[in-house]
Design a protein around this ligand. Structure first.
Ligand code: PSU
Length: 301
């Protein structure tokens, strides 16, 4: 078998019950231990509370796991030097029998392979600031253009160039749908000040458009931009200068490619004295809840 489902995921898929895919790069590269493990466990519990089965995805010793058993999750959360897998790296990591955490792009590939249509993460990758010279654009965007998974995120991470990320998604024909508000959220902040191309107010509509895209033969997924709960946000005016400072340090130190996002998240954690992590955890939980509700709606047909 190409992938190894956990028992819970295997049973749910066989019965046509709702399943939500979860990624693992956020565990190994996005948050420090032990908060990464606690968050991963709480996110799985949130999916279950809302009527779906969680499927955390990772490659362990070359095996593509769709749904991690509790002990595997604990090991991964403490593992050092785990590879960060995107579309380009997934098959090579498996061929070499290595361990790697899946980004949004690689998680979408694995979810689709397993027959899972809904996926919750924190924030997707996108066009990095300065991409007009660095050409640093996350493979997450091209994945959304071709793999039919509905991804629930708090928008693109605010460390990115949000208007240019939107432009690329528009070119690729990816629907960017703000949930319950007109404007796009900006990861740590509820409101980016940028109007979202599309808006939806309930999980049933999102499930219906996912299904219709398939029926119409439209390739690719949907991006649901779900704002972090107001009580947990860091307003843009407060986080912006911190992001600028972290970006300047990354440039000074010549941080590039896959190392950029983990570096920035870690520096922003330090510069906010931990409050960025509190917000990141809150937004992931919120996304897991909405993804489970969408998966429940999708399973009704
Ligand atoms: N959401 C978070 N933290 C993260 C990520 C998402 O709250 O660390 C990860 C995802 O796996 C996403 C990756 O695919 O960041 C983007 O990395 P890059 O910018 O290198 O494409």
């Amino acid at each position: 078998m190409l992938f190894h489902p956990s028992r819970a995921v295997k049973d749910a898929l066989a019965d046509g019950r709702p399943v939500v895919a979860l990624e693992s790069t956020i565990i190994t590269h996005g948050m420090p231990y032990p908060q990464n493990l606690e968050t991963a466990q709480r996110v799985e519990a949130m999916v279950i509370e809302n009527g779906a089965v969680p499927a955390t995805i990772a490659v362990l010793d070359g095996r593509l796991h769709v749904g991690l058993e509790a002990d595997a999750l604990e090991t991964l959360a403490q593992a050092k030097d785990v590879a960060k897998l995107s579309r380009a790296d997934l098959a090579v990591c498996m061929a070499q029998g290595r361990t790697g955490a899946t980004t949004v792009a690689a998680t979408m590939i694995a979810a689709h392979l397993a027959g899972i249509a809904t996926f919750a993460t924190g924030g997707i990758g996108g066009v990095h600031r300065g991409a007009e010279t660095s050409m640093d654009i996350s493979a997450d965007l091209a994945e959304l253009a071709q793999t039919p998974v509905t991804v629930v995120a708090a928008g693109a991470k605010a460390i990115l160039d949000i208007p240019r990320s939107l432009e690329v998604l528009e070119t690729y024909g990816v629907p960017v749908i703000a949930f319950g508000q007109d404007n796009l959220p900006a990861f740590w902040s509820c409101d980016s000040g940028i109007k979202a191309p599309l808006r939806a107010d309930n999980p049933a509509t999102i499930a219906a458009s996912h299904r219709l895209r398939g029926a119409l033969g439209i390739a690719g997924g949907q991006l649901i931009a779900n704002p972090v709960p107001m009580a947990d946000e860091i307003p843009q005016a407060q986080i912006s200068p911190i992001i600028e400072a972290a970006l300047a340090e990354a440039a000074d130190q010549g941080i590039a490619a896959k190392a950029v996002t983990p570096f920035l998240l870690q520096r922003i954690f330090e510069l906010t004295e931990g409050s960025s992590l509190h917000t990141n955890i809150a937004l992931v939980l919120n996304n897991a809840k909405l993804a489970a509700q969408i998966a429940v709606e999708l399973s009704k047909t």
